[in-house]
Design a protein around this ligand. Structure first.
Ligand SMILES: [Mg+2]
Length: 310
């Protein structure tokens, strides 16, 4: 049975796997005031199941259990990609050095002796949670584009696929905007790359300052894309018009009178024939963006199937 001490879903989760009910009760009492969500499992088998579905931040793993001991459990956890990154702290009544070394070699982050010293238990748990938190931040950083602070292409591809499958499943609207800065190469040539970087940064801020549900990515060089969940093409066009205006009205220090612009292509999922795939949505928004370029730049064009035939 899974036992949750609190319903706050944003708290870090801890799973205790121990064949003793007494230990479960003890942990619940000891960790009552800690900002963690505690779950418990009474056997190795149940522990592995819960670990896979819950993906807790930390597992407190009893070494001495019937059927499958803690060493076997951690081996299973480390073999499985869905559970291999969970921090495991061994809990054991024995203080045997060989066991400790073996546990650490198998990938445990720490070892706690039973009976618990409550101060030590909390300190070791907090330390493991802190490391897990940092690992999460690092993993997230790998998905962010350094120059713009927006999501990168890798993240964009994953996110677009996820948003499209959700929109398809629940029949919700979804739009995509692809944006290309106008004449960016000549801006770079004329004013230098440092200024080019500043333009990327300022425009990224404009894209990022909009609605929190929108997902802004740097698609490549001077190309950007924004995923707009629950948004029709008509609404997406209004949003893009605001971005277009903000950029065109930006004043550039040291280059007074300079006006920089971008061309926007918008497409919503509705316009596509089935099956509605990420590749089709990107191609259609791209088509609309090229149309905006062709028709004089600094404008927002919405994809329609007749565009292709032109
Ligand atoms: Mg035991």
């Amino acid at each position: 049975m899974t036992m949750s001490e609190t319903t706050e879903s944003n708290l870090p989760t801890v799973l205790a796997i121990d064949d003793s009910e007494l230990i479960h009760r003890l942990l619940r009492a000891r960790l009552h005031n800690e900002r963690v969500q505690l779950h418990t499992a009474i056997s190795s088998r149940e522990g592995l199941e819960i670990a896979r579905s819950l993906k807790p931040d930390v597992i407190l793993l009893d070494l001495d259990m019937p059927e499958m001991d803690g060493f076997k459990v951690i081996e299973r956890l480390k073999e499985d990609p869905t559970t291999q990154d969970i921090a495991v702290i061994f809990v054991s009544a024995s203080n045997d050095m060989a066991n400790r070394v073996r546990g650490l070699d198998l990938g445990a982050v720490d070892f706690i002796a039973k009976p618990f010293d409550v101060v030590e238990l909390k300190a070791r748990l907090r330390s493991a949670l802190r490391v897990q938190h940092l690992i999460k931040i690092l993993a997230q950083k790998a998905q962010i584009d350094g120059a713009s602070g927006l999501w990168n292409r890798t993240y964009f591809d994953q996110r677009l696929a996820a948003e499209i499958s959700e929109a398809n499943r629940y029949n919700k609207p979804l739009s995509l905007t692809i944006i290309d800065l106008d004449g960016f190469k000549s801006t770079n040539d004329q004013f230098g790359h440092l200024f080019g970087d500043l333009v990327i940064e300022r425009f990224s801020n404009i894209l990022n300052s909009g609605r929190t549900s929108d997902v802004a990515c740097r698609y490549g060089g001077e190309e950007f894309s924004v995923i707009l969940p629950q948004t029709t093409a008509t609404e997406a066009r209004e949003v893009a018009e605001r971005w277009r205006n903000q950029l065109a009205n930006t004043t550039w220090h040291d280059h007074s009178g300079l006006m920089l612009t971008a061309s926007f292509g918008v497409c919503d999922l509705e316009c596509l024939d089935f099956p509605r795939t990420p590749a089709k949505l990107v191609a259609a928004a791209d088509q609309a963006m090229y149309n905006a370029k062709k028709c004089g730049r600094n404008r927002v064009d919405v994809f329609s199937p007749t565009l292709i035939r032109k």
